[in-house]
Design a protein around this ligand. Structure first.
Ligand code: MSP
Length: 506
């Protein structure tokens, strides 16, 4: 049986339309999912939409729609974008679906029955945009410490989750599992946050109605984060353990942005502890994108719309840029200049040029029929070895979520390929009939190195890699077995590749 791999993105709020921040996590998840599938894992890749809560209710009122009408409309934009971006999710969960609502009610009821959710009274400050409660000491001048927008005082009867009870157990878990929260800097932040003391958490509201009612008391609506986090198991059919839940839970990694780490690394694990369910293996928080040096915001009108980028630069250029430009886990800046630079140098010049040069030579010198390699010279051996080593280097970096390092390792082989052409000078070999065997070996090594590179790249640049592998005559599905040198056989038909990435003239 194949080993399983379960990866999730956050579920996106439907009160906002998709932007590059959303595309970022989703593309990262997709690369991971495609890579693990390629390596022989039984992958489940989940994304979806967060449709309940006051924030969505307010947005719907403003738009003159019901919350569900708003959700139905906006969710299509997310789904259409994921399709354009080549996202290979296995499932898309909407929190308004019955399967989700049932699972949430069930887990809430379980924790209630165990006594870790109880009815009490609440008085605190609430930030609606963040859907977060703050204590008197946390806020400054009536503003939210996270987003600096005004908070409002809320007093209401509320169900509370006994989060305080799990403080020690959670710290112990984090300390015993160094990889549980990543990157490391974020892990330390979370540990200090928990050690300041966990308070019981209000997990219901009575001030609005758009959500899942508390089982047995439908005056109360379940807190939107309790509802949302549970998507990671309701999508697997929880509480039914016989299907996907039994197969894929606990999740291998929750990919999230740094702003929602506390929910994933404190709230969610303690909910699971209370319900007696296994904890996620890893929560990885990536950084935030600014745009041309500024925070991305509607009011600044600088929100980067992914569809516009795809129209202008192509889907794989966008995927590449997002993962190559900034180490996953750090903040980064988006600019058109940086994107165009990446396209022209890394994509058009390096990978695109290498493929078109080499396939053109195979057509010119061998009529497009791949020759067999004779004995490898030192320079050929070195290209072969670099290619083979890259496969394990990439594997290690992907496991660390170091996508940009993985791409750099791939690009080292691409550069080595371009250098190999310059050094072996096939055009000179072609002039000398006595060198025909040497020329054949050079062509073979050049194309075989790219075949392996393109198989690995299929996780990052699926559309490009498909074209490249077609011109390399590789008809098999990409797989771990295919990452071994010697896959291309003599006689394979090579066709001249069109430019994979046209240069962008600004
Ligand atoms: N609905 C919640 C998540 C619930 S998960 C159980 C939510 N949704 S969101 O739509 O507001 O944000 C989703 C993700 O987008 C978050 O991971 C957030 O970090 C990410 N980003 C939003 N703006 C971003 C940038 N400018 N840059 C990078 N990621 C950003 O939170």
């Amino acid at each position: 049986m194949k080993p399983t791999f379960y990866v999730t993105t956050p579920i996106y709020y439907v009160n906002d339309v998709p932007h590059i921040g959303h595309a970022y996590t989703t593309v990262a998840g997709d690369v991971l999912a495609r890579y693990k599938r390629l390596m022989g894992f039984d992958v489940y890749f989940l994304t979806g939409s967060d449709e309940h809560g006051q924030k969505v209710e307010k947005a719907a009122t403003t738009a003159g729609e019901t919350p569900l009408e708003l959700a139905d409309r906006v969710v299509k934009r997310f789904q259409a974008l994921w399709e354009r971006l080549g996202i290979s999710n296995n499932d898309f969960i909407r929190t308004t679906q019955e399967r989700h609502k049932n699972g949430v009610s069930q887990i809430f009821k379980d924790i209630l029955d165990k006594g870790d959710i109880y009815l009490g009274e609440y008085e605190d400050w609430y930030c609606t945009p963040c859907e977060t409660f703050w204590t008197e000491t946390q806020i400054t001048e009536g503003r939210c410490p996270d987003c600096n927008r005004p908070v409002e005082k809320l007093k209401e009867e509320s169900y509370f989750f006994r989060m305080s009870k799990y403080q020690e157990q959670l710290v112990a878990h984090i300390e015993a599992n160094p990889d549980f929260i990543q990157p490391k800097s974020k892990r330390n932040e979370i540990i200090s946050f928990i050690k300041e003391g966990l308070r019981d958490l209000s997990v219901s509201r009575t001030t609005f109605t758009w959500g899942i009612p508390v089982p047995g008391n439908d005056r109360h609506i379940i807190y939107v984060w309790f509802d949302a986090l549970t998507n990671y198991i309701t999508a697997l059919g929880y509480p039914d353990e016989s299907g996907n839940y039994g197969r894929y839970w606990p999740v291998d990694v929750h990919l999230i942005g740094k702003d929602i780490l506390r929910f994933h690394a404190v709230y969610w694990p303690t909910f699971l502890m209370a319900a007696g369910l296994p904890l996620p293996k890893k929560v990885f928080a990536h950084g935030w994108w600014t745009v041309e040096g500024q925070k991305m915001s509607k009011s600044l009108q600088n929100v980067v719309e992914p569809n516009m980028l795809i129209d202008k630069y192509g889907v794989d250029a966008v995927r590449y840029f997002l993962l190559r430009e900034v180490p996953f886990g750090l903040d980064g800046d988006f600019s058109h200049t940086a994107l165009v630079q990446r396209i022209n140098s890394d994509l058009a010049n390096d990978v695109g040029n290498l493929l078109s040069r080499s396939t053109a030579m195979a057509v010119k010198y061998f009529g497009g029929i791949l020759p067999a390699a004779a004995e490898l010279a030192e320079i050929d051996q070195s290209l072969k070895q670099k290619t083979e080593e890259m496969v394990s280097i990439v594997d290690k970096f992907i496991d660390e979520m170091a996508f940009s390092k993985a791409l750099q390792a791939i690009w080292e082989v691409i550069s080595a390929g371009n250098k190999y052409i310059d050094e072996t000078a096939p055009w000179a070999l072609a002039k000398d009939p006595a060198q025909s065997e040497r020329l054949a070996t050079v062509m073979y090594c050049l194309l075989e190195s790219q075949r392996i590179t393109q198989c690995i790249l299929s996780a990052f640049l699926p559309a490009t890699s498909e074209k490249a592998l077609a011109s390399l005559g590789w008809k098999e599905a990409v797989s771990k077995e295919g990452l071994v040198w010697g896959g291309l056989t003599a006689g394979t038909i090579i066709t001249k590749a069109e430019a994979l990435f046209p240069r962008i003239e600004e």
